[in-house]
Structures are given as structure tokens and as C-alpha cells.
Design a protein around this ligand. Structure first.
Ligand code: DOR
Ligand code: ZN
Length: 430
């Protein structure tokens, strides 16, 4: 079994490749990369001229909702949506039911992914029992079963002492600690960013400081303990400056942004009270958006993630204050980045690959994939010119709480290989 992929524009910044090349796949590996490769017996020839071929994309922040909230998403539908979006792997978040805080839940996720998954699943495990912020999760047990990272995502850990305990104990496993930063004493029932818009709309304010205080604190805890820290879905200029300073100090601190925090701001929330714009942390100000974009370009931002957070239609159809936080994103993130950042020349294809493929693997400690002989054949192919409308042909996700519904985008994944097998072919799930 094998494929000969002809004539794609290959971009792999780790190898300095930016050229039209052929790629040969046998079984689960890339076996040859070069020009004018000849077809071999039994290999299927795929013409990828005009398309881009890159090391498989990884989204390191995805809510698969399984176990426990399968009416929103499950491992089959979530990984199907991921493949449709061009991803070969996702890191699942632990706010499942039961919470992913023991080895047995991790084993369930991996077994289910092996059975029905359309891409790889790299599970994260909770830092604290039940995401309660008070007692350690079963970290060692979860590492044995295959977690790649620890996080209490969905909630911030309220006590600095608890963060320290998690890091002091857990750092022996050499995994990254990923922080959802939210000081509940400041944020309370906050709905949207605190500012003129929250006042005008009469929605409870979620202040920037509620996020920044925990970013600063967790950087301090990383310095104190020597643990690796990753700040999740960063949204503010001051928060990014804290990460920038930590990097300058030489601390092992990284951060991620989402397309929605790069492209939408609080002013996009208007008197329609569209609950698909209700996310945690909230959409911030225009100035924050500009700062995040600058960080994307200058390298302060390490990874691009979606925080894909599916919710049922009836949950989002409630009053703003009662609707849950979160929007879907995994089927639109590559296209949004191509449309709004690569096409206008703000970043190049090489930087896109760093943000969506290479650095997420590095942060999670997953072996790199390269467009080179011997590498695992996890590959994303996309057409950077195809124009399409978000949601026009539905979604693969079980949920459709997509804030970009109806937008016209340019560029889309067409083919995805996971371990040499196709999970997306000409835009359709295999
Ligand atoms: O908007 C969000 N939704 N932010 C989170 O941190 C959690 C997520 C969810 O689980 O729905
Ligand atoms: Zn979060």
C-alpha cells in the first residue's frame, strides 16, 4: 500500500523546504521526497499540483466532550471535524464527565480514538481532582496511560499554593502545565470583556485583570518550581507582555492564541446578543487584538489553537447570561488563518506551519513529523485559493455554534493523511 503525491508545493520550515516536490508514502511512512519521482507498483498516484503540502496540523486545545457530553460532540464527530479542518491530531481537554483526572478515563479516550477516530488524539489530564482546584489529580497514573500535558482548562486554579503543589509534584513527569487563567474573585459571573461595551449592553463584566493576574502568578510559579508553563488562549496585550518578559528572562513559558481572539473583539458583540460570541476568556478590545496580531508575527505567540468548544443549539439559544461559553472552530481555523493572515502577507506559509504544526508538537513533547524519508506520514494538503462559505454545506461537528457562520473564506484543507492512511480525500471524510 502506498501513495505517490505529485507536484504539491511543500513547505517544511524545520528542513528549510519551500518548493514544488513529489512525496512517496509507503505504509505509515514517507519514504522518498524529490522531483519527478516515478510511480511504483501498487502505489496510487495523486496529483496535488496547485496545492500546499505540510507536516500534519495539530490543534493543541480541543474540547471533544467525550466521555459525558456526547450530545455536544464525541470522539468520532470531533476528530471527523478535525480531519475536515485539516488536522492530523488534537489535544483533548479534560473537562469531560467524568473529568479526565484518572488513568482509566485517559485509557477510555485513547481506546475510543483508536476505534473511531479520524485523527490522532493526544489527551491532556486535569491538574486537580475533578477540576476542583483543591487536590492533585492522579498524574502518574495518567502519564502511564498516555497524557501529554496537564491542565484544568475550563477553570483557573484559584490558589497559588495549589499551582505550586501541582508543579512541584508533577514536574518529575516532564510534561507541560497549561493554564486557563481566570481569577474567579475578579471575574465572578462576568459575561464579556469589561469596558464600554459591557456597560452599554448591560452584561456583567469579565475584566482583563482576571486573566492577567493568573498569567503573572503562573509565570512566578514556573520560575519557583522549574516547571514548563503554557498559557492557554491568551487575549490581552498586558498578558502577552508578561509572556514576552518571561521568555526574555529565559523561563520555559509559551502561549497560544485562537483565531477568534485574533479576528473578533468586544465591539462585534451588539444588540443581537449573539451567544456564539460568548467565549471564555472573552473577546477583548481592538487594541488587544492588534497586540495579539503583532505577537503572532514577532514570535511571542507560539501556537495557534481553536479552543473548539461545541455546545448544543438549545444551550446557545438562551439569554446571553445563561448560554455556555465557547464556539466551535476546528473546521474553520486553517481557512481563517489563510484568508486573514497568509493571503494578505501578514505571515508566510512557513510561519503558519510553525504555529499550527511544529510548535504545538514541541510544546506537547510529541515527536515531530517532517516531509522527509523516515518520518511518520501525518500530512496536511490544502488548496490556498478555493473560495467557500462557512457552514454552507453544514458541519462535521455535532454542534454548529460557529461565530464565523456565513463568512466567505479563501483556502481549505483538501486531503489529510494520518500514518499514511487518508482521513480526508478531496475535501470529503474517508
Ligand atoms: O469558551 C470556552 N469554552 N472556554 C473554556 O475555557 C471552556 C470551553 C468549554 O468547555 O466550553
Ligand atoms: Zn480555557
Amino acid at each position: 500500500m502506498g501513495f505517490l503525491l505529485k507536484g504539491a508545493h511543500v513547505v517544511d520550515p524545520a528542513l528549510g523546504i519551500d518548493d514544488v516536490l513529489d512525496v512517496r508514502i509507503e505504509n505509515d511512512r514517507i519514504v522518498e521526497v524529490g522531483s519527478e519521482l516515478a510511480a511504483s507498483d501498487g502505489a496510487e498516484l495523486l496529483d496535488f499540483s496547485g496545492k500546499y503540502l505540510v507536516p500534519g496540523l495539530v490543534d493543541m486545545h480541543v474540547h471533544l466532550r467525550d466521555p459525558g457530553q456526547e450530545y455536544k460532540e464525541d470522539i468520532e464527530s470531533g476528530t471527523r471535524a478535525a480531519a475536515k479542518g485539516g488536522f492530523t491530531g488534537v489535544c483533548s481537554m479534560p473537562n469531560t464527565d467524568p473529568v479526565t483526572d484518572t488513568g482509566s478515563v485517559v485509557s477510555y479516550i485513547l481506546a475510543r480514538a483508536a476505534e473511531v477516530g479520524h485523527c490522532r488524539v493526544y489527551p491532556s489530564g486535569a491538574m486537580t481532582h475533578g477540576l476542583g482546584g483543591e487536590a492533585l489529580s492522579e498524574m502518574g497514573d495518567m502519564v502511564e496511560r498516555g497524557v501529554v500535558a496537564f491542565t484544568d482548562d475550563g477553570r483557573g486554579i484559584q490558589g497559588a499554593g495549589m499551582v505550586r503543589t501541582c508543579m512541584d509534584y508533577g514536574k518529575m513527569f516532564d510534561k507541560v502545565f497549561m493554564s486557563h487563567c481566570q481569577d474567579e474573585s475578579l471575574v465572578g459571573a462576568g459575561q464579556i470583556n469589561e469596558g464600554p461595551v459591557s456597560t452599554k449592553l448591560g452584561l456583567a463584566p469579565w475584566p482583563a485583570e482576571g486573566e492577567e493576574i493568573q498569567i503573572a502568578r503562573d509565570i512566578d510559579m514556573a520560575r519557583l518550581t522549574g516547571a514548563k508553563l503554557h498559557i492557554q488562549h491568551i487575549t490581552t496585550e498586558r498578558g502577552l507582555n508578561l509572556v514576552r518578559a518571561a521568555k526574555q528572562e529565559g523561563l520555559p513559558v509559551t502561549c497560544e492564541v485562537t483565531p477568534h481572539h485574533l479576528l473578533l473583539c468586544d465591539e462585534d458583540i451588539d444588540r443581537t446578543y449573539d451567544t456564539n460570541l460568548k467565549v471564555n476568556p472573552p473577546l477583548r478590545t481592538k487594541a488587544d487584538l492588534a497586540a495579539l496580531r503583532a505577537g503572532l508575527v514577532d514570535g511571542t505567540v507560539d501556537a495557534l489553537v481553536t479552543d473548539h468548544a461545541p455546545h448544543a443549539a438549545w444551550e446557545k439559544a438562551r439569554e446571553f447570561a445563561l448560554a455556555p461559553f465557547g464556539m466551535t472552530g476546528i473546521e474553520t481555523s486553517l481557512a481563517l488563518m489563510l484568508t486573514h493572515f497568509v493571503k494578505p502577507g501578514i505571515i508566510g506559509f512557513d510561519r503558519l506551519v510553525e504555529l499550527m504544526s511544529i510548535v504545538p508538537r514541541r510544546i506537547l513533547g510529541i515527536k515531530q513529523v517532517q516531509i522527509a524519508p523516515g518520518s511518520l506520514a501525518d500530512i496536511t494538503v490544502f488548496d490556498p485559493t478555493v473560495v467557500w462559505t462557512v457552514g454552507a454545506d453544514g458541519y462535521e461537528s455535532k454542534s454548529s455554534n460557529c461565530a464565523f457562520h456565513g463568512r466567505e473564506l479563501t483556502g481549505r484543507a483538501t486531503d489529510v493523511f494520518v500514518g499514511g492512511a487518508m482521513s480526508l480525500r478531496e475535501g470529503s471524510i474517508v
